[in-house]
Design a protein around this ligand. Structure first.
Ligand SMILES: [Zn+2]
Length: 582
């Protein structure tokens, strides 16, 4: 945790105009500065910087925030990383709190371990076989050094080494380097080739470890560090720290499964590549990818496990508005084996033959269903529609439905009706539906804007809103999320005197964008308007309740439930007279 006061200090000492001008040219326009937006393509400037409010806002794409948010967006880094960058510019050092000191110790322990493994591989006689194995796989010294590949001897060599360096057993256990046994602790990794797993910034977090020989005792070929305070596997992509620049440059990322599937093509010069660390892609990993590109090529094994992983990844990628290409590898090959046996040119050729999700999925379905039978056709249609409806763009959806209609020889209206019936629109996983509906560009009502502006600038108003309203009184999901955050967080008084201070506290990008949007607009701070806005939302609530009662009355009439009907009608009359009295 970075202390709040420090974030405030960073924000106070960094001038937003100076900061942004150090990245892109700014032109003065009245009280503000403007320029072409660096976050979307445009010909006339709609990106504004306000020196008074110390915020930026793009009227084109809706991006906005304070100094921290600008660095996050421009440098594609996380909130704490942005604070660190700004601190560096100011020549300040972050006064980490105690929890962080422990974390720093973990980073140090894992880094020391990585050096130890690497040195062992290069210098220890017992690691000779490991070096031979790597060179047989065309992994040369440059790559070994770049990826800091190492070797673990086990036998508590690491434990003894790190204890001598002064690390506590507790630290080593939390860093997943040792495991407790009945009679003390022992090294977790033994006689394995060690692949350090780095974060985007190049810090070692964990290890993937491969058994050298195909094992006699039935030990698994690969083991990984356990998840802990440093490492959670769903949040990282193996190799991204090495490949991110090339991913940006190529505007495309190739995703494979295993360590060597990433390293070997990289060694052959295919540098825009990452590994998913053995899982189907997770939402966190997709967010990471989205920082660098929207174009993803999946290169998973063509066995059925690989196919399942690919299927899940496709749906999640489409839901998150990425473009997917899928490459099917020849049976029996993984990317590592393929490039070693067939060479780089062949690998590129395979990449060029990538299919879009539609053709890929249809192909698999055709292999398992009889497209000419009615049941086969139905299953294929349903399965294809479920993926097509993951697309956010109506146009794309329509185009693919048309394509499907063509293939299945079914009218497209029938398919659309079927999709509607199956309610695919609501099938988005909970994770993505949220980010989908939190669109900053969704129009807010004036009523909602007034209430938000008051909540951001006046503590009393926030308390009044909290007492009278519920988050579901608001119609736009992003507003609901923001209101819920403000209702459930305690803020010191000082925040309300300068609402941009919220931007140093709220790490949620969507909420801070909404705050900036509200602050940038000329919304009157009129107390009467505030009161009437709250009343209006309360009235809406009652109206909605009335509508709901109406529905329930209808269904009670259908089922003939007389006592319930009586109760509902009483309620209905009460609500109706309440609405009239206002
Ligand atoms: Zn923009």
């Amino acid at each position: 945790m970075i202390p709040e006061e420090f974030i405030n200090e960073i924000q106070a000492k960094t001038d937003i105009v100076e900061l942004i001008a150090s990245y892109i040219p700014l032109k003065r326009m009245g009280r503000n500065f403007k320029t072409l937006c660096p976050f979307h393509n445009e010909k006339t400037p709609s990106f504004f910087v306000s020196p008074q409010k110390q915020i930026f806002h793009c009227f084109g794409c809706g991006e906005g925030g304070g100094v921290i948010q600008f660095v996050m967006l421009y440098e594609k880094v996380t909130f704490p990383e942005a604070v660190e960058i700004l601190a560096k510019k100011l020549g300040l050092e972050i006064p980490y709190q105690k929890a962080d000191k422990n974390k720093i110790l973990l980073y140090e322990a894992v880094a020391e371990a990585s050096n130890f493994f690497h040195k062992t591989l290069l210098e220890n006689k017992e690691a000779k076989e490991a070096l031979k194995y790597l060179s047989k796989r065309n992994i040369d010294m440059d790559i070994i050094k770049k990826f800091q590949i190492g070797y673990s001897l086990g036998k508590n060599t690491l434990l003894d080494y790190l204890r001598k360096k002064g690390f506590s057993i507790d630290t080593l256990e939390k860093a997943s380097l040792v495991i407790p046994q009945k009679d003390g602790y022992r090294d977790l990794f033994c006689a394995r080739i060690m692949f350090p797993i780095f974060d985007v910034r190049g810090r070692v977090l964990a290890f993937g470890a491969r058994l050298l020989a195909d094992d006699i005792s039935g030990a698994p070929k690969y083991i990984n560090s356990f998840e802990g305070p440093l490492y959670s596997k769903r949040e990282h992509l193996f190799g991204l720290n090495f490949s991110k620049d090339d991913i940006l440059k190529n505007d495309c990322v190739i995703v494979v499964e295993g360590y060597l599937d990433m390293i070997t093509p990289f060694a052959y010069g295919i540098r825009n590549i990452v590994a998913s660390l053995g899982t189907a892609l997770t939402l966190e990993q997709i967010r990471l990818i989205k920082r660098y590109t929207l174009n993803v090529i999946l290169l998973f094994d063509s066995d059925s496990a690989g196919q399942n992983a690919t299927g899940r990844a496709i749906d999640l990628l489409l839901e998150n508005e990425l473009n997917v290409g899928i490459v099917t590898l020849p049976a029996g090959y993984d990317p590592d084996a393929l490039i070693r046996s067939k060479g780089k040119e062949y690998f590129f050729k395979i990449l060029e033959q990538k299919k879009d999700f539609f053709d890929y999925k249809l192909n698999i379905l055709k292999n398992t269903h009889d497209i000419d039978s009615i049941t086969g056709k139905t299953s294929i249609a349903n399965s294809m529609l479920s993926t097509i409806y993951k697309l956010k763009s109506e146009i794309q959806r329509y185009e693919y439905v048309r394509k499907l209609a063509d293939v299945l020889k079914i009218k497209e209206e029938v398919l659309i009706a079927e999709a509607r019936k199956l309610n695919f629109n609501n099938l988005h996983s909970k994770e993505s539906i949220e980010s989908y509906s939190l669109n900053i560009n969704q129009p807010l009502t004036f009523t909602e804007k007034i209430i938000l502006k008051f909540m951001f600038t006046n503590k009393k108003a926030l308390l009044i809103a909290k007492k009278n309203l519920r988050e579901d009184d608001f119609s736009v999901p992003l507003v609901r999320k923001t209101v819920s955050y403000f209702f459930n967080t305690h803020f010191e008084d000082e925040f309300f005197s300068s609402p941009t201070k919220f931007l140093g506290l709220i790490q949620d990008k969507e909420i801070s964008r909404l705050i900036v949007k509200i602050l940038m607009e000329d919304i009157p701070l009129d107390k009467e308007l505030f009161k009437s806005s709250i009343l209006k939302l309360l009235k809406n609530r009652t109206k909605n309740f009335k509508e709901k009662l109406k529905e329930e009355i209808k269904s009670a009439e259908k089922t003939g439930d007389k006592s319930r009907l009586k109760f509902l009608i009483e309620q209905y009359d009460k609500v109706t007279s309440e609405l009239k009295n206002e």
